[in-house]
Design a protein around this ligand. Structure first.
Ligand SMILES: Cc1cc2nc3c(=O)[nH]c(=O)nc-3n(C[C@H](O)[C@H](O)[C@H](O)COP(=O)(O)OP(=O)(O)OC[C@H]3O[C@@H](n4cnc5c(N)ncnc54)[C@H](O)[C@@H]3O)c2cc1C
Length: 598
């Protein structure tokens, strides 16, 4: 079953949730709608023709370490060359460094497409983009001139080296060392684990961004610096020089994304250390890395949308073919396609509605980054950055949880064949499972939302956001459209639950932090359900405004149906989640760790 990019759905989310039309009108986005559609459409064609056919074989072969060099699966090298030659590696980068200067939201839309067609492949440009962002924001002019053009063109790729065996979520304990040299460079020694695309033969050079600690650095996160460490050293005239002292020591064997090499990287194994160049200031590396991590967190959220979309397409196709039982409308003596059974219809509605809700949240977050990028004054820039900061953990965690849930439902729709590898449903489920773990686990995202994002501007950022959600819920309710069913009421209740939970959390963070933290994950989910429901409702309102409420035949427009389904079947969980947060925390903490361990 070939992947087909959901061009109309993506464009619809860009217009009705992310505000593409208004942004074009305001000059925030300088390309027109036709161009945006053309880019997404072309990306879809490339993904279907080049990346999708490599997805299953790539999963079966995986990447391999042969003689100290990582070999990606057959066809990867040619696909990567076609990807960079097609200009796909540089969509969002500034034109001044060889990029195409397209909005972040268009770049995220194409990122969904690469990752839906082939997540193992899509990870490579995803991390390169994060590395570009970090060098661009904090690198010296020399670093920018040396590395950015080749990374933007796709000639070199980038990696992110944070994790060490004893330092995962808690980077304050990392031990990799950086020793300053008289010539202004640093010598890096240490071991990093789980490094995605840490080595490969797709490009002639790999630019590692490495977190390390100076000899006199203060302990904890305030003593971490960031370095560019190229695999091959670059000479003064820009040509490639000798090999740097960095190697891939081994590859991990994983549940999914087999094609994406996950490397143990050794720095400075055979000498005085790998040569590194400081990015930003000494001991301020984590701040710089956060630029990269925030971009990457949104992009990982988009991977959740991608895998959900792919799993949905596969499940819909299977449900049309597979016949079992007789549906309510089935002919006597004949088996019906399972898509006619009410329970399968519910599954498919859930898959579609969840995917579209998560897509909207991610594209709205990207739109805020675009607004910040072109803001004319500091207040507007700050407001957009705060909104993006608030939504980033939701985009990452809600969308990746959805990715796993939807992929799991996809397996279920296939019945026993879902458990058998040949249908492809199982691969999506296996691939999806990493998404809630890397780029900061979803537990860490929920804590970030609670402890760093809720308090932004004394709580005003979240309050303003919830007020906007409430306005849409009221608009839906006041519209009194019969085809909206209980959508207005349900969304009003969800927004009220989010507002109450936010107030409660604000107080609990001051009075009883542990109780607040116990409710962090349900709070993030409540946030996601409410925001997602509202964005789908904005789509439904837009459909009505366009006079298109009626769908094919005598039916209802599918976008209204999905928005209503989400509100009546999923946004209703908001009230229960609020209760779990407000009244469930005490029970969560009843058993002390030593009792839990028994
Ligand atoms: C396939 C793959 C690719 C990866 N790619 C990269 C990469 O390219 N670069 C890179 O640097 N890293 C990469 N990682 C590492 C990844 O980012 C980490 O695995 C992740 O951040 C979690 O760290 P950990 O595995 O040490 O888990 P731990 O930090 O040990 O966490 C274990 C559990 O404890 C929870 N937990 C931890 N601390 C807290 C706390 N304070 N409060 C509440 N709960 C807590 C976590 O949520 C989690 O559920 C990759 C990992 C994998 C598996």
């Amino acid at each position: 079953m070939t992947y087909r990019a959901p061009v109309d759905d993506i464009l619809f989310a860009l217009k009705t949730a992310a505000g593409l039309d208004e942004m074009i009108e305001a000059g925030t986005v300088t390309v027109d709608e036709d161009t945006v559609r053309a880019v997404i459409d072309e990306a879809g064609k490339f993904a279907s023709a080049v990346l999708d056919p490599l997805n299953v074989p790539g999963d079966r072969t995986g990447s391999r370490l042969v003689g100290g060099v990582v070999e990606t699966p057959e066809g990867w090298k040619e696909a990567y060359r076609a990807f960079s030659e097609g200009g796909w590696a540089s969509l969002a980068a500034d034109e001044s460094i060889g990029g195409q200067g397209l909005p972040e939201m268009v770049s995220m839309a194409t990122s969904e497409i690469w990752n839906a067609a082939n997540m193992g492949f899509g990870l490579c440009p995803l991390l390169t983009q994060g590395a570009i962002d970090a060098i661009k924001a904090h690198g010296s002019d020399e670093l920018k001139a040396t590395y950015l053009p080749n990374m933007v063109s796709g000639r070199w790729t980038g990696t992110m080296n944070l994790t060490e065996p004893q330092a995962g979520s808690d980077l304050g304990h990392l031990r990799t060392k950086a020793v300053p040299q008289p010539d202004g460079t640093y010598r890096i020694t240490g071991t990093k684990i789980f490094i995605t695309y840490g080595d490969h033969e797709l490009t002639e050079n790999i630019i590692h961004l490495v977190l390390a600690r100076l000899p006199d650095a203060p302990p904890g996160t305030r003593g971490i610096s960031l370095f560019v460490v190229p695999k091959i050293l670059v000479t003064a005239d820009g040509s490639l020089g000798p090999r740097n002292d960095v190697v891939c020591a081994s590859l991990e064997h994983k549940l999914g994304i087999h094609a994406s090499p996950t490397c143990v990287m050794k720095y400075g194994e055979s000498g005085e250390g790998a040569v590194g160049y400081l990015v930003g200031e000494e001991n301020r590396g984590l701040n710089v890395m956060f630029i990269m991590m925030n971009a990457a967190r949104l992009a990982v959220g988009v991977q959740g949308v991608a895998i959900a979309e792919r799993a949905t397409q596969r499940a819909v196709a299977y449900a049309q073919e597979r016949k079992q039982g007789r549906s309510a409308k089935g002919k006597a003596g004949e088996m019906s396609p399972i898509i006619e059974h009410a329970d399968i219809r519910r599954n498919l509605m859930t898959m579609k509605a969840m995917t579209q809700a998560a897509r909207a949240i991610c594209l709205v977050t990207a739109a805020e980054l675009d607004k910040a990028h072109v803001a004319q004054d500091e207040a507007a820039r700050r407001a957009a950055l705060d909104r993006a900061a608030l939504l980033t953990p939701v985009a990452k965690a809600f969308s990746t949880d959805i990715g796993v849930e939807v992929a799991s439902i996809g397996v279920q729709v296939h019945g026993g064949m879902g458990f058998i590898e040949e249908t492809g449903a199982a691969q999506h489920y296996r691939d999806a499972r990493i998404l809630p773990i890397y780029e900061g686990t979803n537990g860490i995202q929920a804590i970030d939302l609670l402890t760093r994002k809720l308090p932004l501007e004394g709580g005003k950022v979240v309050e303003a956001y919830i007020a906007e959600l409430a306005k849409t819920a009221e608009e839906v309710r006041a519209s009194n459209r019969p085809e909206f069913g209980l959508m207005g009421e349900r969304l009003t209740q969800a927004v009220a639950a989010l507002a109450e939970a936010s107030r409660w959390m604000g107080q609990a963070l001051r009075d009883d932090t542990e109780r607040a933290l116990a409710g962090a994950q349900p709070y993030l989910r409540l946030f996601g359900f409410t925001a997602g429901g509202i964005y789908l409702a904005r789509g439904a309102l837009a459909v009505v405004r366009a006079g298109a409420a009626a769908g094919p035949g005598a039916g209802i427009n599918p976008r209204i149906a999905l928005a209503r389904y989400f509100a009546e079947n999923h946004a209703v969980e908001a009230a229960a989640l609020k209760d779990a947060i407000v009244t469930g925390g005490e029970a969560t903490l009843l058993l002390e760790p030593e009792v839990l361990a028994e």
